[in-house]
Design a protein around this ligand. Sequence first.
Ligand SMILES: [Fe+2]
Ligand SMILES: [Fe+2]
Length: 171
Amino acid sequence: MLSEKLLNHLNAQVNFEIYSSYAYLSMAAYCESLDLSGFANFFKVQCQEELFHAMKFYDYIFQKNGVVVLEQIEKPNSNFENISDVFETGYEHEQLVTSRLYRIADIATEEKEHATISLLNWFINEQVEEENTFNTILKKIKRAENNPAALYMLDDELGARVYVAPTTTNA
Ligand SMILES: [Fe+2]
Ligand SMILES: [Fe+2]
C-alpha cells in the first residue's frame, strides 16, 4: 500500500513521462521539417521510450493497489532556433526528470518504501544514460556547426537508432 503522498508523486510522474513523450514527438516533427530524418528518428525512438517509462509507473501503481489518474498534457514547445537548441532543450529536460526522480526517491526513502525505492533505482540508473546521450549528441552537433557534411553524417548515425523495449521487469 502506497501512502497518498507517494501515490500522488508517482501519478504525477506517469503524466510527466507522457508529457516527455509528447515533447520528444514535437522535437521529431521539428527535425522532420528541416529534412533531418535521422534526427527525427532519434526523437521518435525517444518518444517510445518515454511512453514505456509512463507505462512502467502506470503498471507499478496498480500492482501496489493504487489508481492511476491521467491529467491534461501540456502543449509541448515547437519553436526551436536550430538543431542545437533542440538538443539543449532535451538535455535540460532530462536533467529536470532526474531531479524529479530524486525527489520521489527521497520521499520513498523517508517512508522506507523499499519496493518503490527499487523501482526508482531502475529509473535513476536509466537517467545516467539519458543525460549522457543528449550531452554527447549536443557536443557532436556543436563540433559539426558550420559543417553541413558533418551534420548529415550525424543525421545518418541517428537514423540507425532502433527502439528496443527493455526486457527487465524489475520493479
Ligand atoms: Fe523517462
Ligand atoms: Fe528520458
